[in-house]
Design a binder for this molecule. Structure first.
Ligand SMILES: Nc1ncnc2c1ncn2[C@@H]1O[C@H](COP(=O)(O)OP(=O)(O)OP(=O)(O)O)[C@@H](O)[C@H]1O
Length: 611
């Protein structure tokens, strides 16, 4: 059994996991297992002494002794029943606690992970597997583990009782468990094979299922009539899975057969030994009857044991998935060192910064330098994919540069704990999250750690032009911004953008990064935003990314990126006078507004973003 060590490791790791999840429940269950086993031991011994008394003394024996034996017999039965009730009750709680513990561990590591970890397919695969296991497997694993514990203790009790009555039978009893263990281990290995073989398909099938059953994609899927197409893809994966499962179950059938037939044969052997002992070795009737009864209890428990060991080895991959995922923790934690970053600065500077995304074959940024003085408004422009958002993420401390440095008042950001630097940055991404939470919380989370007052939230909403429509929602600021929950209501994209702006505004961070903050704003709101950016973020340093050239011209400086490099920089007037890329893009866009027909840009393939 090549993997017997591995299986033993799984059992020990599973016990450690349950122990870590809830010591109290674990101890109660183990104690009750022991009580139950003790009860069974007493039962067998009492049965034997009762029968001996009854058979030896034909008149019924000493009534006191018999009565005492009966009381012991009934008391043992009650003890077993009470222990069983406690176990059934605690087992449920233990399962829930283990599930909670597993989810907490996974979340702990996932929350520690940096954005770069989420670009790492290895991290993503492990997270997905661990998270999927965490939802379904802890309960089954704990329940089967508890039953196995019960079975093991009971079998041990019967075996010990048998030693007193008939040691040979005790030996056979122990032997009968061997096929169960071997069959369970083999079945477990085969189940592992199945899980490994189907992991990739499982991820695809979950993804397709989510596409078909969640709200966000529902609109596009219906617009493109994709329901059937996607459902059929899902179905074909399911059918492949079922075919693999059927083949795997055929293999596992033989392992199950080994467990049940093997132990059945050993028990038949025990019965044979019993008859022989009774016939030829002078084993008393009382001993024979007691042993036969004990064997009956034993064989029933063995059947439970077979079922539970199959169940355990099927659900135990949870432990492996979890171990693999949690093993990433030291790697992640090592990166989390350094002093707290400054909460205010005179200047922030990217110095010859280069960056390549995980798995990408070319750099997203190549030796980019950019300096921002406190209080400045700097605009970042460039065509799609030129690296604007990437630079913003590096400045926000979400990624570390591959080469070069980000300096805060001359100190390298790499020396600080990145998480503390992020407290000094308010970022509004293009693809900001639309939280299905009350409107007020959608703004509050901009500064959740400060727990801002309602008035501060309203002020932020007013500043971002969101107060007008939020106040008129059915439940005002308490309205959940998603019809998926309660009396929730959705907003338009432009309204959402204003809510996200309010969130960034509330953060009161010295560095504000606005990535396409006006992409969905109407012309009036956009004008108002850019006219007021300086006033709105007075005293803060603002990095403004935009494709709308009319709106960046008021920035103190404009930096133009092309293919990950700084192509040019300066004020609007300087860049127009230089007649480079900026002037070209600006003119192209302005022409689209001024000359009917020019917006098609038919003769020019240097198209800019069509936000
Ligand atoms: N997570 C990622 N993994 C791999 N490559 C990425 C990732 N994000 C962006 N890229 C690549 O990095 C380059 C720069 O992307 P970035 O998002 O910084 O461009 P951008 O200038 O902000 O573009 P846009 O104007 O379209 O928003 C692009 O080639 C893009 O494909």
């Amino acid at each position: 059994m090549r993997n017997i060590g591995g299986m033993l490791h799984l059992v020990i790791a599973a016990i450690k996991l349950v122990w870590a999840a809830s010591r109290k429940e674990f101890i109660v269950v183990v104690l009750m297992d022991l009580v139950q086993a003790f009860g069974i031991f007493v039962l067998v011994v009492q049965l034997q002494s009762l029968l001996s008394g009854l058979i030896a003394e034909k008149g019924g024996g000493d009534p006191d002794k018999l009565a005492f034996g009966m009381v012991g017999f009934v008391a043992a039965n009650i003890l077993i029943a009470v222990a069983e009730a406690v176990i059934a009750n605690r087992r449920l709680l233990l399962s829930e606690r283990t599930g909670l513990h597993v989810c907490r561990e996974i979340m702990g590591v996932a929350c520690l992970a940096d954005l770069a970890d989420f670009d790492d397919s290895r991290f993503h695969d492990r997270l997905h597997r661990a998270a999927t296991s965490a939802l379904t497997r802890p309960a089954r694993m704990v329940e089967s583990l508890v039953t196995i514990g019960q079975v093991v203790f009971t079998l041990a009790a019967v075996a010990v009782a048998m030693i007193f009555i008939q040691p040979w039978i005790a030996l056979v009893v122990v032997l009968a468990t061997v096929p169960v263990w071997l069959g369970g281990v083999r079945g477990g290995e085969q189940h592992f094979e199945f899980v490994t073989e189907t992991t990739a398909d499982d991820r695809s099938r979950t993804y397709l299922f989510d596409l078909l059953t969640t709200r966000e994609p529902a609109k596009e899927i219906r617009a493109f009539n994709l329901e059937r197409y996607l459902a059929l893809r899902w179905l074909s994966i399911m059918e492949r899975r079922l075919a693999l499962l059927a083949a795997n179950l055929r293999k596992r059938f033989y392992s199950a057969l080994l467990a049940s037939v093997g132990s059945g044969l050993v028990l038949a052997l025990a019965a044979g030994v019993l008859i022989a002992l009774n016939r030829w070795a002078g084993m008393s009737l009382a001993e024979t009857a007691t042993t036969a009864g004990a064997l009956l209890v034993f064989s029933q428990k063995l059947v439970d044991g077979i079922g539970s060991s199959n169940e355990f080895f099927e659900s135990a991959p949870l432990v492996r998935d979890l171990e693999e995922f949690l093993a990433l923790r030291p790697e992640i934690e090592r990166e989390r060192t350094g002093d707290a970053a400054p909460t205010a600065f005179e200047a922030i500077e990217a110095q010859d910064v280069s960056f390549t995304y995980q798995g990408a074959d070319r750099r997203a940024l190549e030796q980019v330098s950019l300096r921002m003085e406190a209080g400045e408004v700097v605009a970042l422009v460039g065509e799609n994919g030129s690296g604007k958002t990437t630079l913003a993420k590096l400045l926000a401390g979400l990624y570390a540069p591959e080469d070069g440095r980000i300096l805060v008042d001359g100190a390298d950001l790499a020396g600080f704990d990145a998480a503390t630097w992020r407290e000094s940055v308010a970022v509004l991404f293009q693809d900001f999250i639309r939280y299905a939470l009350p409107a007020e919380d959608n703004i509050r989370i901009g500064a959740a750690e400060r727990d801002p007052a309602d008035e501060a939230i309203r002020d932020a909403a007013r500043a971002a032009g969101a107060d007008g429509f939020l106040a008129t929602l059915p439940d005002g600021y308490h309205t959940i911004l998603s019809p998926q929950f309660g009396e929730g209501q959705d907003l338009s994209l432009g309204q959402w953008q204003r809510v996200a702006l309010a969130r960034a505004f509330l953060r009161s961070a010295p560095l504000v990064i606005l990535d396409e903050p006006s992409a969905s704003l109407d012309a009036r709101a956009e004008r108002a935003l850019f006219d007021s950016v300086r006033e709105l973020y007075q005293g803060r340093t603002v990095l403004l990314i935009s494709h709308r050239f009319s709106t960046v011209r008021t920035a103190d400086r404009i930096v133009v990126l092309r293919s990950g490099k700084v192509a040019e920089h300066g004020t609007h007037d300087e860049l127009m006078a230089a007649d480079g890329l900026y002037a070209e893009l600006f003119t192209l866009q302005a022409r689209g507004y001024l000359q009917p027909g020019a917006e098609n840009g038919k003769s020019d393939d240097r198209t800019i973003s069509l936000h």
